[in-house]
Design a protein around this ligand. Structure first.
Ligand code: ADP
Length: 252
């Protein structure tokens, strides 16, 4: 396995407040790597530092063999960063927005081919503000792909979406990884991490308290003697909801 990102002893202080307290981890090429944790754990801070959008206090980050301190501009060329959905001009169409981003990245891309990846070709001439929540998220993922990055960073991509839209987004993220792109994702949904991530780092109060595959973490917990209080049914309410409403039937 090739290491594509190395984070070593990363520290971030906001004034006297220590948000990230010396964390270290590697991300492997081609994996979906999750940063998990409760609100305030330091996930977004860590992500934004890796994205070159926020300064760190100390520590070292290497991305594709390049030091974040020495070559931030070269790193920017090979990563895809998801903007918050409020970062788009609501009155522009999806095609216009893609052209705008191409200008920013100084690159060219076929807007319809890009929209096809995220299943939005039918909305190409719609304004951004006319999209549903799930469509907006899919579009924002499309914009991370404009510069054909090796790595994309997604910050809570499914927050606020209904179950169908979330599952569609999971499929999309898996497809993007299937093309060889490494994906770093933050989430506070455990089911999302379990379904999607090859490995996860669980952060709490600025520290990594566990780092492994979801499967291994669960096996370790079970082998430590942990048992759920209640017998778990072989389906849950979300399964009922998806079964009744149908995953593919509705355009999110
Ligand atoms: P998470 O993404 O896990 O919810 P964040 O990285 O957003 O966590 O925040 C980690 C901690 O740092 C929180 O306590 C938050 O309030 C604090 N924090 C984040 N950004 C700033 C900032 N610009 N100034 C001061 N404190 C901040």
């Amino acid at each position: 396995m090739n290491t594509i990102i190395t984070v070593k002893d990363l520290v971030k202080d906001y004034g006297s407040f220590k948000a990230v307290k010396g964390i270290s981890f590697d991300v492997y090429e081609g994996e979906i790597f999750g940063l998990l944790g409760p609100n305030g754990a330091g996930k977004s801070t860590t992500l934004e530092i890796m994205e070159t959008l926020r300064d760190k206090t100390s520590g070292e980050i290497i991305i594709c063999g390049m030091s974040l301190d020495k070559e931030p501009d070269n790193i920017k060329k090979i990563i895809g960063v998801q903007l918050q959905t409020s970062g788009y001009y609501p009155g522009l169409t999806l095609i216009e927005l893609i052209h705008l981003f191409c200008g920013l990245y100084n690159t060219g891309v076929d807007p319809m081919a890009l929209l096809k990846i995220v299943n939005l070709t039918e909305k190409a001439k719609n304004k951004y503000k006319e999209l549903s929540g799930g469509q907006k998220q899919r579009f924002s993922i499309a914009t991370t792909l404009i510069n054909k990055p090796k790595i994309i960073f997604l910050d809570e991509p499914t927050t606020g979406l209904d179950p169908q839209a979330r599952r569609n987004l999971w499929d999309l993220i898996r497809n993007i990884r299937g093309q060889g792109t490494t994906v770093i994702i933050t989430t506070h949904y455990m089911d999302e991490a379990e379904q999607l991530c090859d490995r996860i780092a669980i952060l709490d109060e600025g520290k990594i308290i566990s780092l492994d595959s979801p499967d291994k973490m669960i096996d370790d917990l079970v082998s430590s003697g942990f048992e759920r209080a209640k017998q778990v049914k072989s389906a849950n309410l979300e399964d009922v909801f998806i079964h009744l409403t149908g995953k593919e039937m509705r355009d999110d």
